[in-house]
Design a protein around this ligand. Structure first.
Ligand code: TYD
Ligand code: MG
Length: 462
């Protein structure tokens, strides 16, 4: 078979080069060339020609694309009721986080509901997948496996099985044999995903693509992918902890506010109905530097313990280490503490941690983090029944954050009795008393954890 001619097209200006170069000869942008089949702009991909005439909006049948449950509760919650026929969903996440596991479980649930599922894997052999399925109790007669990675064979496999759901694990191992670039390159990923999107739309069959992410947390190669697919899900978590978070980054058919929570167990992923309880299970009260913050993830309130440890440093620029907390916010808070509260941290190393492998990036954690730093420095613990939430401004002032009542209700439900909140916060729900403060300095004073108080019995660093 004659090889199809390919060119390298610049993603900035659309100019083509016959060979790959680091810099586009036309617009001189660096690193923007990727390979595609030679043809008209658009990559020479078949353009699907719509044969349906325009219809008045009110005559469009909305039920045609209603989602169908997968049977994995947390996944269905995040998708707003399941997968929409003909849709393409991208599941991104770091290697080893559990993408294949959750999709195999979903595939098995769908297959046990009488639908056919085709699981295509370029990462593992059918034998390996079968062994895993046995462990997960996911062996189903209607679940089909294939180890195909080339697009023509993938499509042939779909033709053979005629499935109601296709899982492609992963888009980075899928190749279009017409392109000479390596699997996983931008050109390959783009061409393959375009083909799969066309197949999904043509057959009305949902396809789920697995995508690996790079170290900085973005999907590898394919920013392009995010535009092509209907839904982008991100699977997150710390590999050393059991908790996994499933977030919606983009969703054409519903809200992006939902959050799914799973626990990785011996027998696969299990939904977590009470996440806050899980995070706080091993907490010990009375330790300086520990503060609980009620955060909101999507629509779900989560109580997370923040811990800070300060230690004398002899480094010229002392260490600031943050795990599960944004390093930039930690530095900003240390600057605010120094300038507005009079708490100096320039001679100490600061280690900050969100317990349980969870990432908290919202501004509502500022107050708790600031209090944890002061408490660790002074040695005075924040009382065990206190939570704190609020955003800290550069002037040391506190600002209210969204959904404060929901956060406080969750705190009350888990037995917390007091909440330190900004002055403007709404009234507290039953069972919890609010301590309204205007500034971070006032919060420190009201809790009696300041560094100007005589040293605590356990002692801290001044
Ligand atoms: P996997 O789904 O292969 O991750 P990904 O596809 O995102 O790369 O999950 C791999 C990890 O999950 C692996 O380290 C083992 C663990 N695991 C369990 O703890 N329990 C299980 O039942 C399964 C199937 C995997
Ligand atoms: Mg995998």
């Amino acid at each position: 078979m004659a090889r199809v001619r390919t060119v390298f097209r610049c993603s900035e200006c659309g100019a083509t080069e016959p060979k790959w170069t680091g810099r586009c000869g036309s617009c001189e942008a660096w690193g923007t060339l990727s390979e595609e089949v030679d043809g008209p702009a658009g990559g020479g991909l078949e353009v699907t020609v719509s044969t349906t005439p325009p219809v008045p909006i009110a005559e469009v049948d909305p039920t045609e694309f209603s989602p169908r449950l997968t049977g994995v509760g947390e996944l269905d919650r995040v998708l707003g009721g399941g997968l929409v026929p003909g849709s393409v969903t991208l599941l991104g996440g770091e290697p080893g986080i559990g993408k294949s596991t959750v999709l195999l479980q979903a595939a098995s649930e769908v297959a046990s509901s009488g639908r056919k599922v085709l699981y295509l894997s370029g990462e593992e052999s059918p034998q390996q997948i079968r062994l895993r399925a046995e462990r997960l109790g996911a062996l189903r007669p209607r679940l089909w496996l294939a180890a195909e990675t080339a697009i023509p064979q993938v499509i042939a496999a779909i033709d053979h099985v005629q499935p109601d759901l296709v899982v492609v694990d992963s888009i980075q191992t899928t190749v279009d044999p017409d392109l000479s670039s390596a699997p996983g390159s931008v050109g390959q990923v783009r061409a393959c995903s375009h083909r799969l999107v066309q197949e999904a739309k043509r057959r009305g069959c949902p396809i789920v693509l697995v995508g690996h992410v790079t170290k900085d947390g973005s999907l590898a190669g394919p920013r392009v992918l995010e535009h092509v697919v209907d839904t982008v899900l991100a699977f997150e978590g710390d590999r050393h902890h059991a908790l996994r978070l499933l977030r919606v980054v983009k969703h054409r058919f519903g809200s992006t506010q939902e959050l799914g929570l799973f626990e990785m167990t011996e027998s696969g992923l299990r939904g977590v109905p009470d996440p806050s309880g899980l995070f706080l299970a091993d907490r010990r009260v009375g330790i300086p530097g520990s503060v609980v913050v009620p955060t909101i993830e999507g629509h779900r309130p989560l109580l997370v313990e923040l811990q800070v440890l300060v230690a004398g440093s002899n480094l010229p620029s002392p260490r600031r280490s943050a795990t599960g907390i944004d390093t930039g916010r930690l530095s900003l808070l240390l600057a605010v503490l120094e300038q507005r509260v009079g708490v100096r941290t320039s001679a100490v190393d600061v280690y900050a941690l969100a317990v349980g492998g969870v990432k908290v990036v919202e501004p509502g954690v500022d107050l708790a983090l600031g209090l944890a730093v002061v408490s660790s420095l002074s040695g005075w613990p924040v009382p065990g029944d206190v939570v704190a939430c609020g955003e800290v401004g550069l002037g040391g002032e506190l600002r209210q954050v969204a959904h404060t009542p929901r956060r406080l209700s969750e705190a009350a439900r888990l037995g917390f009795r007091k909440a330190v909140v900004p002055v403007s916060a709404p009234d507290a729900p039953d069972g919890i008393e609010v301590i309204r403060v205007a500034t971070l300095a006032e919060a420190v004073e009201r809790l009696g954890i300041g560094v100007d108080r005589p040293p605590a019995p356990i002692g801290g660093l001044r």
